[in-house]
Design a protein around this ligand. Structure first.
Ligand code: 13P
Ligand code: SF4
Length: 363
């Protein structure tokens, strides 16, 4: 890939991302009794409002377990979208980051989509503004535009295809077989990994995830030397030198499957450490180690935990149900445009068996 074809992110956007991450509020500490009372209240509200929780693996354990206990789902971003589109609930409460709520509303405009905090963003989304991205696409009109789900509805409306880490490889391979040239946005590392896997060259936007970008290859190597038996699991939003050390590279769901199905007893995991809740549940006797984010060049922007996923807590979850706010609202024209590329992704994923046609709730 010639670097001249890549679209760098302006420095002021990098500064804005760092500021937003630093300003993301942490959730208040709650005692056991407070948690129990809130959990009971939330369960009651979900029932009376015919609402379901749609939670990502990176949110707090309390929210993941509530979703499981109330017939909702805990999943990766692809399964979250698939579940929201199928469930008959009147209200979806999305515990994750804003693009996940937007995708839910896009697919189910008739449903109320609540989120504990609409300020819960994603550095990939912030680093890919629709105006600049639209100009980039307009300069390359012969290319198919493939965007990662971690983008705004306005950016999705510019795309031919939306992908997640759970299907990006298969979709790009499919487009390559059809002879298409591709614009890829926004994650530079995921784009790089897909190029390596498929042999295609794409015009790449140079966004990054502040959580996965922080994993350090030199320190990972040292940790592997200390634990030579451990298998290394890496989300492809991580830098190439980290991905190169992986035994398994894939979406959160792929990494979970690896912990559950591989015979090994010890794993080093390069993704948000809140995924350990589910990993430990699926494989209680296995030992999980967080891949290092400290060491040479450490910035401690995330320490392997997404500051925006961490904005979801029991109190603001209860409050959003009580107040029926904040809700995701989308402009109808933009929604329709974005829907086409998201629907294309879901149809492809269902046809190829990447997601099931009728997803079941978490148990
Ligand atoms: P998944 O699509 O694997 O759930 O990842 C979403 C995400 O935000 C990763 O950082
Ligand atoms: Fe975005 Fe990274 Fe947070 Fe995922 S972990 S939501 S990619 S900032």
């Amino acid at each position: 890939m010639s670097s001249s074809a890549a679209q760098q992110i302006p420095l002021q956007l990098e500064a804005r991302i760092a500021q937003l991450a630093a300003d993301a509020p942490t959730q208040p500490w709650l005692g056991r009794e407070q948690k129990q009372a809130l959990r009971a209240e939330i369960k009651q509200l979900l029932q009376t409002q015919n609402a379901q929780l749609v939670a990502h693996y990176y949110v707090d354990d309390e929210l993941q377990s509530l979703a499981e206990e109330t017939g909702g789902i805990v999943a990766d971003s692809l399964e979250m979208a698939n579940f929201g589109a199928h469930t008959s609930a009147k209200t979806l409460v999305v515990c994750g980051v804003r693009f996940m709520g937007e995708t839910a509303k896009m697919l189910s405009p008739e449903k109320t989509v609540l989120m504990p905090d609409l300020q819960a963003t994603c550095s990939l989304d912030v680093g890919c503004p629709a105006k600049e991205f639209g100009e980039f696409c307009a300069a390359h009109p012969q290319h198919k535009v493939v965007v990662y789900a971690n983008t705004s509805v306005e950016v999705k409306a510019l795309a031919d295809w939306v992908v997640t880490s759970g299907n990006a490889l298969q979709i790009v391979r499919h487009l390559k077989e059809q002879g298409h040239k591709i614009i890829w946005a926004p994650d530079r590392h995921l784009g790089n990994w897909i190029e390596q896997q498929t042999g295609i060259e794409m015009l790449r936007w140079q966004g990054h995830c502040i959580v996965h970008d922080e994993f350090k290859s030199y320190e990972l190597q040292a940790l592997r030397e200390q634990h030579p038996q451990a298998k290394v699991l890496v989300h492809p939003e991580s830098p190439a030198a980290v991905v190169a050390q992986a035994d398994v590279v894939g979406s959160t769901k792929v990494l979970l499957n690896a912990v559950q199905t591989l015979p090994d007893a010890q794993f080093i995991v390069a993704t948000d450490y809140n995924i350990f809740y589910k990993m430990q549940q699926l494989a209680p006797h296995k030992q999980l180690l967080v891949a290092p984010t400290g060491g040479h060049g450490a910035t401690c922007k995330s320490c392997a935990h997404c500051p925006w996923m961490a904005m979801n807590g029991l109190q603001n979850l209860r409050d959003c149900l009580l107040n029926q706010a904040p809700q995701i609202q989308l402009d109808e024209t933009i929604r329709q445009k974005a829907l086409a590329s998201v629907q294309r992704m879901l149809d492809f994923s269902r046809q190829t068996g990447l997601v099931s046609a009728a997803p079941s709730p978490s148990s």
